[in-house]
Structures are given as C-alpha cells and as structure tokens.
Design a binder for this molecule. Structure first.
Ligand SMILES: Nc1nc2c(c(=O)[nH]1)N[C@H]1C(S)=C(S)[C@@H](COP(=O)(O)O)O[C@H]1N2
Ligand SMILES: [Mo]
Length: 166
C-alpha cells in the first residue's frame, strides 16, 4: 500500500514537471511588425513540411534518437509571417534569431543562414514526430537538419523565437 502511494506520488511529480515545461504555443517576437502566438492548430494550417529519417546526434557522435517521420513548418515561413523589420537591406547582416526553450536552452540562427543558405530550407519547427503529436519533449521541437551535430540545435520544449539585431 505504501509502495503504491509512493509510486503514485512520484508519477504525479514527474507529470507536473513535464506539464510545467510544456508550452502549448510558440511566440515570434522582437524586431517584427506582427508578434505571433501560434498553436499546433495554427501551424497545421500553414505550409506543412513532411520529413523522414532525422537523427538526433550528440557531440560524441552518438545517435540519441531518430524520427522516422516528422511534420513541421519552416522557420523562414514563421518569420515571413511575422515580418522582420528592416530599415535597409544592409541590416540583414545584423539580424539573428534566438530560439528559446522553457528550460532556458537556446539556439541561434543568423538571417543569412535562414534566408540565404540551403541550411535554412531544413530549419523547422516540428509539431509531430513519428506520426504523433510530440509528447515528452513539449509541444514543439526545433530542428536544423543539415547540422552535423544535430543534437545541439534540436530545441525541445520550444517556447519562442526572438528576432534581434546587433
Ligand atoms: N530544451 C532543451 N533542449 C535540448 C537540450 C536541453 O537541455 N534542453 N539538450 C540538447 C542536447 S545537448 C542534445 S545532445 C539533444 C539530445 O536530445 P535528447 O536529450 O532528447 O536525447 O537535445 C538538445 N536539446
Ligand atoms: Mo548534446
């Protein structure tokens, strides 16, 4: 009986930790004309990209996990929707994007990396992995599929993308 109560309490604690770190929407904010707050439903209505065979590789080269299939929206599309504020085209070189998770984990992309390099065609905000809504890694996960160490910019529990200028 004691053991059962203990197990129940433990699973409750673990569940609430997950619930805390899960953000049900992502915000696009900062140097933009329209700040956006987007849910899974909003992303489903945009241009959904279907991908296959993504491996999360850590610094040591270990494959931490693999998505056979995934669904998401290009970061560039989200940024186009929010409209980056530019006083002149020359400012593009000073613009960067900060992807932040609920636990404070962060990854950065530059304007030219996203809009002027093939890498940008593979930077996605995912809302589905292996045919299901994402569960324990939050509602949204950001990936950069052309990275060598894909783990580093695999941002679980994504909550915001901030547009900043140097
Ligand atoms: N929000 C968040 N995302 C994160 C991390 C983290 O600590 N917090 N760790 C990163 C690191 S260092 C790696 S290698 C991969 C590993 O993915 P996994 O922990 O899901 O296996 O996730 C990355 N994404
Ligand atoms: Mo890592």
């Amino acid at each position: 009986m004691k053991k059962l109560l203990y197990t129940l309490l433990l699973s409750f604690i673990i569940h609430s930790i997950h619930a805390q770190s899960r953000s049900e929407s992502i915000t696009i904010l900062g140097n933009v004309e329209n700040s956006l707050n987007l849910t899974i439903k909003d992303l489903q209505q945009m241009n959904v990209v279907n991908g296959t065979d993504f491996k999360v590789v850590s610094t040591s080269g270990e494959v931490r996990k693999e998505f056979k299939t995934y669904k998401g929206v290009l970061l560039s599309e989200l940024l186009d929707k929010a409209k980056i504020v530019l006083q002149s085209p020359k400012e593009k070189g000073k613009i960067y994007f900060v992807a932040t998770a609920t636990d404070g984990y962060t990854a950065i992309f530059s304007y030219h990396e996203i809009f002027n390099n093939p890498a940008g065609d593979k930077v996605l905000v995912l809302f589905e992995e292996n045919g299901k809504e994402i569960d324990k890694d939050g509602a949204f996960v950001l990936i950069s599929a052309t990275d060598k160490i894909t783990g580093a910019r695999h941002v679980k529990w994504l909550k915001s993308i901030e547009v900043k200028k140097l």
